[in-house]
Design a protein around this ligand. Structure first.
Ligand SMILES: [Zn+2]
Length: 340
């Protein structure tokens, strides 16, 4: 009952071993100055970050202006690309963690699409950034919507075209010159935490949206209770995959800078308590830890489900879940940076 349905623990242990091997190779190049970039805060743009902690030989800074947590320095785009394309751990993650959890991920996406419904009209032009194997496209089509996709990987582009018969724009979103314009909705699911320059991506989204169009996205919420409880050891605090760690307060700075205003947000995650339980060391001597692990081991599955349910509902209601869902409106007059 303590295993995570979309990130099974024993596979994550194996993934982490492979990742540590990949990181050794990565850091050989990353330690060279020409492969590093210093950057300001990805949320507010100020350069007043103070080192907060190190993890896996990456430095995590906390912005003194907006409290955003971010990796700095970051690798160059080219070096980051080699990590995504050539690393054994990423390949393992896709094969052994992502693919076996597809059904659960589909269910999560269907819920997400229902959450979007009040903000989407049936005739809206919808563009998804980073469509991967098309979990959102499938759920959107089930609603009678007609999404288009942006995807980098050639294999996935072909899959999306064949499987869903939709327009697919291949390439890096931020640099793409041939994207459709006057979109009503742009969606980005778990994208902005990975980006070297999220403002650039949001400015690009602004440029393809119609007036009053909406940007709808999800990302980790580091003001969530699981991040606050676990701290730097949280498994999603993981560079160079995750470079930006936002909360609703500082992501609002980012949105405003890119020409958006927040229309709605919530933290709908439902799995947080499982993460926290999984992070408790088996030999912990803390009274709170022993209380929780004894309860988890001793209660029936039904009782545990009831406890889990009550706690996750309380977390959602308090907007303390580890993932946030944000709807932002494109502002008409925005002094945004010109993007590529
Ligand atoms: Zn900041």
């Amino acid at each position: 009952m303590l295993n995570h349905p979309i990130r099974p623990r024993e596979r994550l242990v194996k993934y982490d071993q492979l990742r540590q091997d990949d990181l050794k190779i990565f850091h050989e190049r990353f330690q060279l100055e020409e492969n590093q970039c210093h950057r300001p805060c990805p949320a507010c743009g100020e350069d007043v970050g103070e080192k907060s902690f190190e993890k896996d030989a990456f430095t995590f800074c906390r912005c003194e202006n907006c409290n955003c947590l971010y990796v700095n320095p970051v690798p160059t785009e080219e070096l980051l690309g080699t990590y995504y394309d050539g690393s054994e751990s990423m390949e393992y993650f896709h094969r052994e963690v992502l693919l076996p959890s597809l059904d659960t991920r589909r269910d999560i996406m269907r819920e997400r699409v229902l959450r979007m419904k009040p903000f989407v009209n049936e005739s809206d032009k919808i563009l998804e950034i980073g469509s991967s194997i098309g979990i959102f496209v499938e759920a959107a089509q089930e609603q009678g919507w007609h999404p288009a996709a942006v995807e980098i990987n050639t294999e996935l582009v072909n899959h999306l075209k064949q499987e869903f018969d939709i327009p697919v724009y291949q390439g890096f979103f931020e640099q793409h010159q041939g994207l459709p314009q006057e979109q009503n909705v742009v969606v980005m699911w778990e994208v902005i935490e990975h980006l070297l320059d999220p403002e650039r991506a949001l400015a690009k989204a602004h440029s393809v949206l119609a007036e009053n169009g909406r940007l709808i996205f999800t990302c980790p919420n580091v003001a969530g209770i699981e991040f606050l409880a676990i701290g730097p050891e949280h498994e999603l605090i993981e560079a160079p995959g995750h470079l930006n760690y936002f909360s609703i307060d500082n992501v609002e700075h980012l949105l405003n800078r890119a020409g958006f205003e927040v229309e709605h947000y919530e933290t709908p995650g439902i799995l947080d308590f499982v993460d926290v339980m999984g992070a408790i060391p088996e030999d912990s001597e803390s009274i709170g830890d022993r209380f929780l692990t004894t309860l988890a081991k001793s209660t029936s599955e039904a009782d545990w489900a009831a406890i889990d349910n009550a706690i996750t509902t309380a977390i959602q209601n308090s907007r303390l879940s580890g993932n946030m869902f944000v709807v932002a409106r494109r502002m008409k007059h925005a002094s945004i940076r010109k993007c590529a």
